[in-house]
Design a protein around this ligand. Structure first.
Ligand code: UDX
Length: 439
């Protein structure tokens, strides 16, 4: 199969490289000439484990190419994937579809022979209809079917998620398009991945509903964590106890400082807006957004309380800045409201992140960046673990303690055991792990 991938952002690049790895002929297209030149030199613009090797080997095998001009690749393609950005529109939280619409018009003009145009970007329900309308308006004689094929990749695990997905969702009622999409994803049938065909609008809604449900699960356990602290229960045990029920499932029940990233906050906001446009109020999703925003803001106060209430003149060491491990992505990271809150309360902040410090400097310019965790904690009155990078899971606790001014650790990801920390002489706060009376 010949594939044109429009947009070499996170989704486009990972999907393009993985499709090429299946044996398809893929051309990735981007308007950004600098980005394409870098990719042609073998430089990957994002941090994603394994992506550099995957791109290099498929370029070498001549299955993967990069260009700024979509004309040739679209004319030759069996399928054209639209994987351009859909940021939150300033002011109203709706997804901004400018890039999707302009891609649709440009693709339309270049189409030749039967082609499936596939939206992979997360787009509001009904966007497939609009893309089809724009294509037919621009090129009335085009032989085209428009399908929706949402992606469910997690940053940091994107290649694995692409190759071993729980399911693939394809929204189209066109038989020829179903055949093309079936051929494109056939290599995954070896991995037993169910290919679910449905109607286009349903596929578009599946993506939003999946993200909103996962965000709800996280927010639910976060509220149970708050209650656990008050009643003297352990939220990790509660999560295990409920997660063993197959109807609930054990995943996405890790309590923490609130969800961030490029998808959950943006997509839950967009879903609320889509629903309101159709006179439906999604009260649960609205509550999830409100609770999560408040939670992220409340984390600075939790740190202040751990050092006795007043942060003025205190130094706080922050370990982990990115919204989760194995990425350099700072979008909507819980570290941003946390650090801002600490600074507002008069603290001095030193921080370390294994990969994300360059990105973090743009968001948080007024703090000191340190090259390793031990330098970071030097003279600190509190250490806050914000992102659960594997590098932070086995720190030399004696070395940490002797470097700090006060041995206070606030572990927002529950990566340490309370008894271990007490044995090392730390004052230790975590999330939702209250002390049961009598234990
Ligand atoms: C998410 C979805 O998982 C993916 O299917 C979709 O395509 C894009 O959005 P991603 O944003 O990369 O992927 O990260 P994910 O691992 O889902 O984590 C999102 C946020 O939730 C992070 O801030 C993470 O720390 C937080 N989280 C996740 C929790 O706080 N607890 C959990 O149990 C799981």
């Amino acid at each position: 199969m010949r594939i044109a991938m429009i947009g070499t952002g996170y989704v486009g690049l990972v999907s393009g490289a993985c499709f090429a790895d299946f044996g398809h002929q893929v051309t990735c297209v981007d308007k950004d000439a600098g980005k394409i030149a870098a990719l042609l030199r073998g430089e990957i613009p994002i941090f994603e484990p394994g992506l550099d090797d995957l791109v290099a080997s498929n370029v070498k095998a001549k299955r993967l190419d990069f260009t700024t001009d979509l004309t040739g690749p679209v004319a030759e393609a069996d399928a054209v994937f639209i994987a351009v950005g859909t940021p939150s529109r300033r002011g109203d939280g709706h997804a901004d579809l400018t890039y999707v619409h302009s891609a649709a018009r440009e693709i339309a003009a270049a189409l030749s022979g039967f082609t499936v145009v596939v939206t992979k970007s997360t787009v509001p329900v009904g966007t497939g209809d609009e893309v089809e309308r724009l294509i037919r308006e621009t090129n009335p004689s085009a032989d085209v079917a428009v399908a929706s094929n949402p992606e469910f990749l997690r940053e940091g695990a994107a290649i694995r998620d692409f190759k071993f997905p729980d399911r693939i969702v394809v929204g189209t009622s066109d038989e020829r398009a179903r055949k093309v999409m079936g051929d494109i994803y056939r290599p995954l049938s070896l991995n037993q991945a169910p290919l679910m065909f449905t109607a286009r609008r349903t596929a578009e809604l599946i993506k939003y509903a999946a993200n909103a449900f996962l965000a709800t699960k996280i927010t639910f356990i976060n509220e149970i964590a708050d209650l656990s602290e008050k009643v003297g229960a352990n939220v990790q045990e509660v999560a295990r106890g409920i997660g063993l029920d197959n109807r609930i499932g054990s995943k996405f029940l890790h309590a923490g400082p609130g969800f961030g990233g490029s998808c959950f906050p943006k997509d839950t906001r967009a879903l609320v807006k889509i629903a309101l446009d159709h006179d439906v109020q999604l009260r649960i999703v609205e509550a999830v957004l409100g609770v999560n925003d408040n939670r992220k803001r409340a984390m600075a106060r939790k740190v202040a309380n751990a050092v006795g209430g007043n942060l003025r003149g205190k130094t706080v060491a922050v370990l982990g800045l990115t919204f989760k491990p194995d990425t350099d992505d700072m979008r909507e990271a819980p570290s941003i409201p946390l650090v801002t809150g600490l600074l507002d309360m008069g603290a001095k902040v030193r921080a370390h992140d294994p990969v994300g410090m360059e990105q973090a400097r743009k968001e948080l310019p007024d703090i000191e960046y340190c090259e390793d965790p031990y330098e970071c904690v030097r003279g600190a009155d509190a250490l806050v673990i914000v992102t659960e990078w594997v590098q932070f899971r086995a720190l030399d606790l004696d070395r940490i303690k002797s470097a700090m001014a006060q041995p206070v650790v606030v572990d927002l990801r529950n990566i340490y055991r309370a008894d271990d920390m007490a044995a090392h002489g730390f004052v230790y706060e975590s999330i939702g792990r209250g002390v049961e009376p009598g234990l």
